[in-house]
Design a protein. Sequence first.
Length: 332
Amino acid sequence: MTKKVVFNEFGGPEVLKVEDVEVGEPGKGELRIRVEAIGLNRAEALYRAGFYFYQPSFPSAGLGYEAAGTVEAVGEGVDGFALGDPVSTIPAFLMNEYGTYGQQVIMPARAVVGRPDGVDAVTGASVWMAYTTAYGMLVEIAKIRPGDTVLITAASSSVGLAAIQVANHLGAIPIAATRSSGKREQLLQAGAAHVIVTQEQDIVEGVRALTGDSGATLAVDAVGGEGVHKVVTAVAPGGPLILFGALDASPIPMPMAADFRGRNVYFYSFFDLTIEDPGQLRRAEHFINAGLRSGSLAPVIDRILDLDDVVEAHRHLESNTQVGKVVLTVQH
């Protein structure tokens, strides 16, 4: 028997339960992983609450995209992995088919990558959702170059912080936007070149002041909603706005801005990279592992709790007070 987090109905964090279940053996193309750490994501809170873009399978629905641990069993037809290998999972599956919230989990081998020497389990469980998203937006779509300015909303989120680091790694200039002045210093310490507190300053005026009135080369936005018209207006003519989240559930105004002036708007999902394009995923894996080895990419950890404290962890995840990743560690 092994511990697994499940839920049987939509709702708040309190619907999550830790239960003893049989984990079984990996099937064809699968691995069984002995989990040491689990990275939490906003997507999982939306999934639990019934607001994600696909639905769980009740009863005893599992969840989770990210984990790190060691290979415990190898299924038929799987090459490149051996018992005891340190690994991490990447979000290349649906949570109604697989999940990472447990002591032992079955994963498709296509969604598992080796964990480089020196990368501990907490770090390995905090990387692949945020950094593949940031890499896909900044490198594959926008092709950011040294000296470009990158406007990042919800900058204290794990993806926002990853985008700051990726921008710095590429020689670009990250401009972090946040609602709360209390996060200003933390964002500067995390590598933001500039911070705009949107409760105190208009984001368009702030970006134009920082860019000589030209606007940001690129904006990546996790918020959506009514504020999109401000974000797109802060982008330079010809520059892209990439929407990758909807923290604000209100409708996006149409038209998004009075004058698009050649701006390009993209709707991005990490699945575009992790499932739809194996070539992009291979490039992202090399880029991220190189950054981890050099230290230029290092996930910011906000809080570490135990698997049994998953309800508290989800409450904290939804509090919007965290800066960085919430992680569960797993005892055996």
